[in-house]
Design a protein around this ligand. Sequence first.
Ligand code: URA
Length: 236
Amino acid sequence: MRLDKFICKSTQLTRVEAVARIQGGDVIVNGDVVVVERTQVHEDNHIIFNGQRLQARAFRYLLVHKPVDTICSNIDEAYPSLFSGLGIANTSELHVAGRLDADTTGLVLVTDDGRWSFDIIRPSLACEKVYRVNLSQDINDDATARLKSGVQLQGEARLTLPAKLEIVGPKEVLLTIIEGKYHQVKRMFAAVGNRVIGLHRERVGAVTLDIEEGQWRYLTADEVNAFISKANSTDE
Ligand code: URA
């Protein structure tokens, strides 16, 4: 990672402060003063600041049960940010692994580990996302078959990848997809002439939502590693 990012991650300094201290010659990397903030460093490097060796904080991995009318952005906009309700330090470093719309509720994975979240998001790793979908009209056999095999979304070059669909009731289904295109679920049902009136994410990969709306918890090591092992085995 970049040296300025490392300094931010291992101290209370802002990015601007970290850059100023690096350019001022206050940071030593593996015995040499480094004044270029873009310099790439690794956690194993010996990085001294203010006479002390810095250790990057460990990555954080959270499961958040997103309430309705919150947004998956780091700053409050038309709705409050999901992050402002967490009550933990340095939320500006965090990001979501797969956004939900403001009116969608349910499971959001939050982290500051960009590599980990990338593996969850990219379709080639086939990480399943399960949504409970409430519809304005009854679901019919034709729509079910089309959703399962792949539908054409407006503005997309290719059909959606095959999905799983379980009928819960005439207007309620569980949809499992491995992609995460913009407004994907709403657009999939629009493509078959229906409309989503309620959307809730229940599961991502091995992680199932098990906390109340508005609450969060850290992921267990097994949950974190479940995504990592999947990535490694698929890359082989
Ligand atoms: N698909 C949508 O349309 N909205 C979401 O929030 C998530 C998936």
